[in-house]
Design a protein around this ligand. Sequence first.
Ligand code: HEC
Length: 161
Amino acid sequence: MLVAMLIARAALVLLVVAGCGRDKPAEARDKAHGEAHAEPRAEAPPAPGNAVQNEMRLLTEAMRDTVSAIGTGDLAPIPHRLHEVHKARDVTEQAIAGGTYKLPRNGENVAAFKALDEAFHAELEKLLLAARANDAAATAAAFSSVMSRCDGCHAQFRAPN
Ligand code: HEC
């Protein structure tokens, strides 16, 4: 008797679930489920700051996440973060070439900046390859080399504090 009652209850639940608007046209179903997702999504706000500041923000986040990745032993997030930096670097290069970005210090020495930037991104490339190879020791070594280069460029090209 108890078993029969349980089966009957289960059947009732199934009926109610199946009846949850599935027979209605899509529009009516959306209404039944609330209208929040029918509203247009807000566009992501533009990143604050100039091209280099945006690249530097992404770079800082990538480095922070690299520290975490080395700590947890899961290196998988690193390549994606570095890819974001790489994309931002393209924007930086265009801004410098197009004259819409001027270095805050030694702005006339773009060639030296480019050389430093080139060398720096070659180190980021090593970090990328080490992370992809899931080599924790090589990732830590490449990270250290990358971090040792921040200050050299800032000393020459960032505005003094
Ligand atoms: C090849 C040159 C270069 C290298 C290498 C470099 N930076 Fe920068 N960075 C700059 C310049 C130029 C600015 C100033 C940008 C501006 O204010 O227009 C800057 C600014 C910054 C800022 C301030 C951004 C802001 O919103 O004002 C941070 C944070 C930063 N860098 C982090 C780093 C870190 C971390 C590294 C190393 C992992 C690094 N940078 C390596 C050139 C470099």
